[in-house]
Structures are given as C-alpha cells and as structure tokens.
Design a protein around this ligand. Structure first.
Ligand code: GLN
Length: 542
C-alpha cells in the first residue's frame, strides 16, 4: 500500500512548496521508489484555465487535456512521470461534483455539508488510483490559516488517523526571516504557523525552513522545541543557484533520511544522485552563452512562462551553453523599430498568448526574425503571428489577421469549431463556455518527409500537447506555401496545420502546440535543443 506525504505551507506563499515536493519526489525516486505527486488547490475555480497568468502563473496542460497548476510541471520535470487530470483538484471541482450529485438526488434525505461530504470527496480523491506507487506526495496549495484551505487540512488530518500506522507523514514548509535592524533570524513566524496547524489537529513530522542564510544550531533547536518537531527533522531549505540543485541540497540536509525514518523505514539504499550531479555540473560549467529574446505579454511575471524558461534551460544543457533571456514587451514594437532590441540577439521566441493587445508587436518580431535571418521559434500564438506576418508580407495578403481579434476578411487564423480527437468529432461554438473548451491535451501530428522539423524530431509522427482555440486556416496553405512558408506538420487528417517552417532561413519554425510542456532536464526537448543549437551558430556569426 502507498505511503502518503502531505506537504503544507505556512508564514507566506511562494516559498516553493511545489519545487520542494518535486525535489523530495526525485530523492525518493533516486532510492528506487515509485512516486506520484498530486496537488490540492483550495481556490474556487474549477481549474486554473480561466485565470490570468498574472494571477496564477502558467497553466500546465497534461496529456489527457487537463489545465492544471504549474507545480505539476515541476513534478513532471523532476520525476519524469507524466501528470494527468487526476493529479490536481480544486475546491471548485469538488463542489461541482458534489452539487451535481446533490441535484441528481444521490444524497436524498440528507443535508450536504463540508464535513463529511466535502472532506470525504477530498479523501476519496487523495486515495484514488495510487496502486503500484510506494509514495504519494500530496501538496496542499495556499498557506495554513487560509479560510478556503480548511476542508483540505481537515481531510488530510482525518487521513492521518485513517491510514494504517506509519503510512502518513506531514511536512510543513515555512520561512525564517532575517531582520536586518536586529541582525537576527526569527523563529516566531514558524512557531505561529505550526501552532495554527496544530490547532486544526495536524502535528508536522518534519519542518522545512526556507532561509536566505545559514540557520545556527541554537535556532534549529529552538524551532524543534517550540514546534514539537525532532531536531533532526528541522531541515533548512536554503536558496540554491539552480532549481536542479534542490534535490542534492535537500539530501545533504538529511530530508529523505528523515522522511524515511518518519515512516519507520530504515536501511533503505542511499539515493543515486549521479544524474542530478551531472545536470548541476553542466549548468554550472557552460562552454559559452547565447541570448534569446522572448517577445511576449506577461513578461513581468516569469511564472507565466515557467515551462518555457525551463525548456530553454534544457536546450542550453543539451548544447553546453548558458541561455540568457531578454524579456521584451511586444507592445514596444508597435511604436518602436525592433532593430535596437533584436539585432544582436541569437534567437527570437514568441511564446503562447491570448488577445489582441501586443499582437502587432509579435508580428513585427516574427517579421524581423524572418528578414534578418535570426533563429525564430513561434509557439502556439507565436506560430499564428508568424503565419499572419508571412501572409501579409510574403504572400501579399494585406488584411491577413486572426478572428481572435474580431471579424476579418482574411481569416488566416480562425476559430476552430470542429475537430477530430481520435475517432470522435469535438464540437464547439463561438458563444460557448470559455472554461475547459479549448483544443486541449495531446494530439498527434504528422510531418512531411524531408522537412526540417521531421529531421529535428528524427520522426514523422509525434504527439504534443495543445491549448488553443484558434487554428491556422488550412484554406491558405497553397498561397502561403507558394510564398515560402511550408506547412510541414499537420493533424493526421491533414485539416489542422500543426507546424510551419521556412526553407530559406537558418531556423524558422512555428508550432501550434506547446513543446515546452514535455521538456525535461534529462531529456531536453528536441525543438529546444535544436533552437538553441541554431542560436549558438548565430552567436558565432555575430
Ligand atoms: N490565443 C491563441 C488561441 O487561442 C493561442 C493560444 C496559445 O498561445 N496558447 O488559439
């Protein structure tokens, strides 16, 4: 039977609970255990798909088409296990299910309440589908003390008693702030946070304490004493140079030993951390560097592009270079000439995006990359903008546009209302719900023999994850191909353009899907590896 590790957070949000969970998962995996990571999100949205990336960061899409929390991206990158729809749940989804059941009459005669109905639903979710796993790590979003988190804390408290002895361990992640005027590290916020946790019946077994400097022994003892946690189980969690150093750093502080000891598991084999050491070494010893301009809309909030940033790091690992990122608000190019911003970069990337604001700037960036022969990588929206640019400036379709921005006579990018998923037709209409209705999740694509993208993948049949409502309009294929934009990849039925490329260019590729979601440090995505390699070439020419 699986053992459960519940990870909660206190003091402040953004302490990196997701990363801590992912790193612990990686450590247990490095000892030969089979791990699964899951996330409980207390907000009321059914999923993060309708939230602004400014609020919630990137929306991570799974193969089975769920729009999930970005922490699932960390889980995948650190453990290699593809996440699925059942790895993330929100209060919204739980209530949606309960209310549907109530309307059906499933609770006939009963009063439906938070305890037991909501908590039971959470517990059922947590316990479901874990056969074959040694450890299930369950991260609870938010911070202890949040009103909306209470049912989740109550549910995991109950599980602590209901699971067999030795099958549940609670980890609490907190912050130890340094007060410059006093010149001291403070334990009080952690004390309060643990007190809050204990007041709802959860005694943490392990404390992980984020701190920007070394925690002295006496402070560690103090935390142990006041928080009722063994001294050895107070684990400092310091900042490290790269997120891929986190598993090793936690191991050095004894995290995995403490977790196993808390389960009463002794004599487990030491973890094999060789591959983490290698990654860390490669990242720290680059043989050169390249600069990539990311022309987007959410450039102030890096969490909005979490997987993208990591995939670029992985592309750097594959080429033994450091990848420097220049974040550029696309709107700038609606007023200014892109030359001073873009002429010296080694690659230009236009990532996924939504809405008209800044789109003309992205089109200008794609045009600059095309005409100046700078490697260009257009992802989803970035492909759509590159197609519009080519339509206007290569094929002479002056009014080319996307119906995402309003009606147009030349819908080079248009709303998809019908497409195939396997043998099934998916149908949407323009006025339908916005939540969960995009073309979502893994779809196959077929590449033309001899295309650049086929050679990059080393295959003509692939599957990648999607998240978009609009598509490049296949009706324009002939005119665009005659002008030099090759539709190298399409859906297997040939109806939906999946990738475009320009032959007469060092590296110009647009993809309708999100390859960044499947890139891993140990398996850099071929497109990112190839794009960075083209940027390295370019940097040699500059
Ligand atoms: N807004 C575009 C669409 O819905 C692109 C989406 C994206 O880049 N993920 O099709």
């Amino acid at each position: 039977m699986a053992r459960y590790i519940f990870i909660t957070g206190g003091v402040v949000s953004s302490l990196g609970k997701g990363l801590a969970s992912a790193a612990l998962g990686a450590l247990l995996q490095a000892r030969g255990y089979k791990v699964r990571l899951r996330k409980l999100d207390p907000y009321l949205n059914v999923d993060p798909g309708t939230m602004s990336p400014y609020q919630h960061g990137e929306c991570f899409v799974t193969d089975d088409g769920a729009e999930t929390d970005l922490d699932l991206g960390h889980y995948e990158r650190f453990t290699g296990r593809p996440a699925n729809r059942m790895d993330n749940i929100t209060t919204g989804r739980i209530y949606q299910d309960i209310i549907a059941k109530e309307r059906r009459g499933d609770y006939l005669g009963g009063t439906v309440q938070v305890i037991p109905h909501v908590t039971d639903e959470i517990k059922n979710f947590v316990l479901d589908g874990n056969e074959g796993y040694d450890f299930v790590l369950v991260e609870i979003g938010g911070t202890v003390g949040d009103i909306e988190g209470l049912p989740f804390f109550e549910a995991i408290r109950q599980l602590g008693n209901e699971l067999p002895r030795g099958h549940a361990v609670f980890i609490h992640l907190t912050l130890m702030p340094f007060i410059p005027s006093a010149g001291e590290l403070k334990t009080k916020p952690t004390q309060h946070s643990v007190k809050e946790l204990r007041s709802i019946g959860i005694q943490p077994d392990i404390l992980m304490v984020r701190c920007d400097r070394k925690i002295p022994e006496n402070e560690r003892r103090k935390l142990s004493l006041f928080c009722n946690v063994r001294e050895g189980a107070v684990i400092p969690a310091y900042d490290v140079a790269s997120i891929y150093d986190v598993p090793m750093a936690y191991h050095e502080e004894g995290l995995d030993d403490e977790v196993l000891a808390a389960f009463g598991l002794t004599g487990a084999p030491a973890p094999n951390l060789d591959r983490w050491r290698e990654i860390s070494h490669t990242i720290k010893n680059p043989e050169g560097d390249v600069t990539i301009a990311i022309v987007g809309k959410y450039t102030v909030l890096k969490d909005a592009y979490k997987s993208l940033i990591e995939a670029l790091v992985h592309g750097g690992i594959a080429n033994h270079v450091r990848v420097n990122l220049e974040w550029i608000e696309s709107e700038i190019f609606e007023k200014e000439d892109p030359s001073p911003w873009l002429e010296n970069v080694n690659g230009i990337l236009v990532p996924g995006g939504f809405g008209e604001r800044g789109s003309e700037g992205k089109i200008a960036a794609a045009g600059f990359a095309r005409t100046h022969k700078i490697p260009y990588f257009g992802i989803c929206f970035g492909m759509q903008m590159a197609v519009i640019e080519a339509a206007r400036n290569l094929a002479g379709i002056d009014d080319a546009n996307s119906t995402e921005f309003g009606p147009t006579d030349e819908p080079v990018v248009g709303l998809m209302t019908e497409w195939m998923r396997g043998n099934q037709v998916e149908i949407r209409n323009a006025e339908g719900d916005l939540g969960g209705t995009m073309r979502l999740g893994a779809y196959p694509a077929r590449f033309e023999d001899g295309s650049k993208i086929a050679s990059i993948y080393g295959s003509t049949e692939i599957s990648e994850r999607h998240r978009h409502r609009y598509e490049v309009n296949i009706a324009y294929r002939e005119r665009l191909e005659a002008a030099g934009l090759r539709f190298a990849g399409t859906s297997p039925d040939g109806v939906l353009p999946e990738t475009v490329e320009i032959d007469d260019h060092p590296w110009f590729i647009g993809v309708q899907y999100h390859p960044e979601l499947k890139s891993r440090p140990f398996e850099p995505h071929p497109l990112f590896a190839s794009f960075i390699s083209a940027a390295v070439e370019k940097s040699r020419l500059v």
